[in-house]
Design a protein around this ligand. Structure first.
Ligand SMILES: [Zn+2]
Length: 300
């Protein structure tokens, strides 16, 4: 077992949990080891980008194009997420240049373009990049390790459900920090490994998403990662996801989703998820933590 991906503390040999790819049914079993110092989870075994590639099939939601009904539902859910999440911080600043790291098919970027931002994107999926470009995002194929960024260029660098997909989050945040102008911000939204739902559902927690999620953040470990990347003290908060409770219940009961990503009936699943939202909020509130974690940190 390697050291913690966030703070380099030695990880326990015994995993906190063992799980499978319940979203797409990919092969293998994976373990998550929890850091005794910062609380971050590390997915094992390590996988190379080539080994991870089959776990991102064409139907992987953030990379795929949707039918119209799903598209409208997704857009509504995304607008809600932007209001309550890290990206919401952009509504209080003048428009400028933003980089969306892991932009997928560009839904978030397109929303920001609509609000007057100039948005560049990076994503390892060629098909997703093509769709992002069609939506008005200046996207390029690759990752922060392969795409060279101009220093001091962006007012904001966004990791919207992408930082948990990398094997060296501190390095990714360092590269992001270099690309920021003075006073610019890094905005992160990721699943909250410290939440009630993760403890309640364990390997069936919807946002665990093994093996695609390589690192699992708690509020403390996300703040630490940002700090280690040379960014100022981060503000963190949590919110309730629309998909978490319904997805976790299905994983627990059926070992997968009844209505999967890329499925024509996906809009039904999204409507059901919205119906579950008040219940999810109450349960998480009582259980001591919501399932999405947000952070905003500025260059000092
Ligand atoms: Zn740690």
């Amino acid at each position: 077992v390697p050291d913690c991906l966030v703070c380099s503390t030695a990880l326990p040999q015994v995993p906190t949990l063992r799980g499978k790819d319940l979203l797409h049914g990919g092969p293998g079993e994976f373990t998550v080891h929890e850091c005794p110092r910062c609380g971050a989870g590390t997915t094992q075994p390590p996988l190379t980008p080539a080994e991870l590639h089959p776990y991102y099939p064409d139907t992987y939601g953030p990379h795929s194009s949707n039918n119209r009904l799903v598209h409208h539902m997704s857009a509504a859910l995304l607008r809600r997420e932007c209001r309550v999440g890290a990206v919401g911080a952009l509504r209080r600043t003048p428009q400028g240049r933003a980089l969306d790291v892991g932009c997928g098919s560009g839904d978030l970027g397109a929303l920001l373009v609509d609000h007057g931002w100039a948005v560049d994107g990076i994503d390892p999926s060629a098909a997703a990049v093509e769709r992002a470009i069609a939506q008005g995002v200046k996207a390029v194929e690759g990752t922060l390790d392969t795409v060279e960024l101009e220093p001091a260029t962006y007012h904001a660098v966004i990791f919207h459900h992408s930082l948990e997909h990398v094997d060296d989050p501190v390095r990714s945040l360092q590269l992001a920090a270099k690309a920021l102008r003075p006073g610019g911000s890094v905005l992160v939204t990721a699943p909250n490994f410290g939440c009630w739902a993760r403890r309640r559902f364990g390997p069936a927690w919807f946002h665990l998403d093994l093996p695609r999620h390589r690192v699992h953040f708690t509020a403390e470990s996300l703040r630490l990662a940002l700090q280690q990347a040379g960014l100022g003290t981060a503000r963190t908060w949590t919110s309730t996801s629309t998909t978490g409770l319904l997805g976790s219940v299905q994983y627990r009961l059926a070992g997968g989703l009844a209505v999967g990503e890329g499925d024509r009936r996906e809009a039904l699943g999204q409507a059901a998820a919205l119906a579950f939202l008040p219940g999810a909020w109450v349960e998480q509130r009582l259980g001591g933590g919501h399932d999405f974690l947000h952070a905003v940190a500025r260059t000092s």
